[in-house]
Design a protein around this ligand. Structure first.
Ligand SMILES: [Zn+2]
Ligand SMILES: [Zn+2]
Length: 475
């Protein structure tokens, strides 16, 4: 069923609403869809018995149950259902596996992702999605990973001087990155140069908190997000000065820089034993004022702090390329605790880091849902729901977790019509985000049958040996 743009504009005028529909081609027809009788839940609050009217992938109007509709509207009677904004995974890898990553996100209600290791084919994919040539979530794509000398990450772009840092930012801009991704080993002068060049190029930077720069300092330089809780225990420890000196004194074997990283992590674990609430509050105030957010990627941090085989039999493995089974098992060998003491220590470490995330949230720091999908047993799309659960387990309310998972989106006229219709109330139980009735995005309604068909296609694609050289997992 269709109606003309002129009729829709007339209807909006009759409501006294803003004309959020582009007025071009007034006689052209436009498909209008109305979701009626839903409970709308977004960062503005909860609105029962609502009607949401959509066209051109925009929300045209939000009203009560009896909102009059334009002639020819497709009405979806969704009484008893709950509608939330489309979810965002703010830390993913593997967007280049477009036949796996993109559909897995969409079937899970994830209508936006931030790819944390960009390269030119992914910028091209992002643009093809926006042109409607590929069906997928909205992509925000980072630069290649920029790191200092002795990086643990094969394939990272190494910058050894402030000038090389500036050049890396200019290269990222030229290639089409949406932001600059920074990593663990950048020294302060180079990070400051990257920050300054980002400001000149109108780019933001985000990523790991460098082991050589305190989180508050990096935040004040302009770092927009901090990943994986790295740097948080140190910055909130009463022994920060001694621990930083210990890091500075750590011997570095260039042939095995991962050993260095593990030692830093061990110092971070010890830092959680001398946590200072007042330091945490001061840091939270600074991050909040600077507009820096935390993206704790708890799903992946939990795997890395657990015995290697704990998550190996996840039934969602069937959606991953077959060689991931070995790739993930092997990459965990570097990380996983082995002895009973290590396993206990890591479990407690993980719990204390979770508590620190909740503490930062309590003091006004923005928290973002990120899964680090592509790393062991973190699954595109699916793991967003696991991360929401972990945020609630950490101490956030379901509403706060939903805000973290939707970037505090509001479902209001003019906004993109990315919506997830749920069978249960996520404010009662955050696991209800997994009870998806339909996903609406890019003008399509993905009901149960469409989503099941998409999953079947992913399973098929995962068996095909067609993926380009997969970068080793990064965290
Ligand atoms: Zn990372
Ligand atoms: Zn990552």
């Amino acid at each position: 069923m269709t109606t003309t743009r002129r009729e829709v504009l007339g209807w909006l005028a009759g409501l006294g609403a803003a004309a959020v529909l582009a007025p071009s081609q007034a006689n052209a027809s436009v498909g209008v869809t109305a979701l009626r009788g839903v409970t709308l839940i977004d960062s503005a609050g909860t609105r029962p018995n609502a009607t949401i009217v959509l066209a051109d992938n925009r929300i045209l109007a939000v009203g009560s149950c009896d909102l009059p509709l334009p002639r020819g509207s497709t009405v979806l009677d969704l009484a008893g259902k709950f509608v939330i904004p489309g979810l965002w995974d703010m830390h993913v890898h593997g967007a280049f596996m477009d036949r796996i990553t993109l559909p897995l996100c969409l079937v899970n209600g994830v209508t936006g992702i931030r790819e944390m290791w960009g390269f030119p084919p992914i910028y091209a994919l992002r643009d093809r999605i926006e042109r409607g040539e590929v069906f997928g979530p909205q992509l925000i794509v980072g630069s290649t990973i920029i790191d200092g000398p002795h990086s643990t990450l094969p394939g990272a772009q190494i910058v050894a001087t402030p000038e090389e840092g500036r050049q890396a930012v200019r290269d990222a801009k030229t290639q089409g990155a949406d932001f600059v991704k920074v990593y663990s080993y950048l020294d302060r002068p180079t990070l400051a140069a990257i920050a300054d060049e980002c400001a000149r190029q109108n780019l933001t930077f985000a990523g790991h908190c460098s082991d050589h720069v305190a989180m508050g300092d990096a935040s004040s330089l302009g770092q927009r997000t901090f990943e994986h809780m790295y740097g948080l225990p140190l910055a909130t420890s009463t022994h920060e000065t001694q621990l930083r000196q210990a890091i500075a004194d750590l011997p570095l074997d260039p042939a095995n820089s991962f050993a260095w990283f593990k030692q830093v992590l061990e110092l971070e674990r010890r830092a959680t034993l001398s946590h200072s609430r007042s330091k945490a509050v001061r840091l939270a105030n600074l991050l909040r004022r600077n507009g820096s957010a935390l993206c704790p990627t708890m799903v992946t941090m939990r795997v890395l702090s657990s015995p290697a085989d704990r998550y190996a039999n996840d039934p969602r493995m069937k959606y991953m390329p077959a060689f991931y089974r070995d790739l993930w098992r092997d990459s965990l060998k570097n990380w996983a605790p082995v002895t009973p003491q290590e396993i206990r220590d890591q479990a407690e470490f993980f719990q204390r880091r979770q508590e620190q995330v909740a503490e930062m949230h309590d003091h006004g720091v923005e928290i973002l849902v990120g899964t680090d999908a592509g790393n062991p047993y973190s699954f595109s799309g699916f793991s967003v729901h696991d991360e929401l659960e972990l945020l609630v387990e950490a101490g956030l309310s379901p509403k706060a977790a939903l805000n973290a998972g939707t970037r505090s989106a509001k479902l209001q006229p003019g906004e993109a019509a990315n919506l997830v219709v749920l069978d249960g109330n996520p404010l009662k139980d955050i696991r209800n985000t997994q009870r998806i009735h339909a996903v609406l995005t890019r003008g399509r309604v993905l009901g149960a049958a469409e989503r099941a068909a998409m999953l079947k296609e992913v399973e098929k694609a995962s068996q095909e040996p067609l993926f380009p050289a997969v970068r080793t997992a990064c965290c």
